[in-house]
Design a binder for this molecule. Structure first.
Ligand SMILES: C=C(O[C@@H]1C=C(C(=O)O)C=C[C@H]1O)C(=O)O
Length: 279
């Protein structure tokens, strides 16, 4: 039987889903491909995956190729610790600065550009970089944007002499809205040819989330053994995220797209077209 090829973000932000897939048994009947977001973005655009979480900006850039999976996202109402700008000087002094952007992301690159231009009226120079703090990214850049576990690690181990800016908190200050970082997309061709498999994958993903979110403490305790974070740090972090996709999330996402368009980072604001599944 054909199995849906499902992308999976291998960051702690997806621990509830991960726990549901692995411990709750919801991975059954699917082939799962764990990767960093930018790799998933590329893989589903290339048709190598059928369904995947992607950077939310990717849906807007390729809306004619995808449907959105209803009811799931990775979002935060404000500060979240894992979308983090680390700077050698205060943010107000970053005009013309060299800013390194993590190569694992896409959404946060645009979010940062919006915040720096619209809240701080700055015009820095950006370059994508795969380097970490330990590898000396700040030897050549004035600031660096991290996401996911790298950001969480930098946030939980803040060092004197650097300035730290939680971009979720900055976004909230600017827009008074939540931010939708990732959405789940379905390749349109796959959806048209395999509606029953889309329905199945939707039920497995939402079932896995529901299972994981009722077992967060166990999931955090299990992950503690393989991560440079304590169970408490993990569960405190996960409380800052939410995984729904309500009309409020849709409005926040469209606002993000409109602001990206204003900056010339997006040519059109797409309609949010959902995959047809029974909820
Ligand atoms: C909250 C996060 O959400 C994410 C941010 C993404 C991006 O910036 O492109 C993509 C997927 C998610 O992992 C995070 O990674 O910290």
């Amino acid at each position: 039987m054909l199995k849906p090829k499902l992308g999976h973000i291998n960051f702690i932000n997806c621990l509830p889903l991960d726990y549901g897939l692995t411990q709750g048994g919801f991975a059954r009947g699917m082939d799962i491909y764990p990767q960093v977001p930018s790799a998933l973005n590329e893989a589903i655009v290339a048709g190598q995956l059928d369904i995947s979480p992607v950077s939310s900006i990717m849906y807007a850039l390729h809306a004619d190729q995808f449907f959105l999976l209803p009811n799931v996202s990775i979002s935060a109402a404000g500060g979240l610790q894992s979308i983090l700008l680390v700077a050698k000087r205060p943010i107000e002094e970053l005009n013309g600065a060299h800013i390194a952007l993590t190569s694992k992301s896409a959404t946060s690159h645009v979010q940062l550009k919006i915040v720096l231009e619209q809240a701080y009226h700055l015009c820095p120079q950006y370059a994508v970089s795969a380097l970490s703090l330990a590898e000396g990214v700040l030897d050549t850049a004035d600031a660096v944007l991290f996401i996911g576990d790298d950001a969480l690690h930098a946030y939980l181990n803040r060092q004197d002499g650097y300035y730290y800016y939680d971009m979720g908190a900055e976004w909230r200050k600017l827009t008074n809205l939540s931010m939708v970082y990732a959405v789940w997309v379905v390749n349109r061709k796959f959806a048209q040819e395999n509606p029953a498999l889309v329905q199945y994958a939707y039920e497995q993903v939402t079932g896995a989330f529901a299972y994981g979110l009722t077992h967060v403490e166990e999931a955090a305790a299990a992950r503690e053994r393989h991560a440079p974070f304590s169970a408490r740090q993990i569960s405190d972090y996960l409380k800052l995220l939410n995984y729904g996709f309500t009309p409020q999330h849709e409005e926040a996402l469209l606002t993000y797209y409109r602001r990206a368009q204003t900056l010339g980072l997006l040519s059109t604001v797409p309609e949010l077209r959902m995959a047809e599944v029974m909820l």
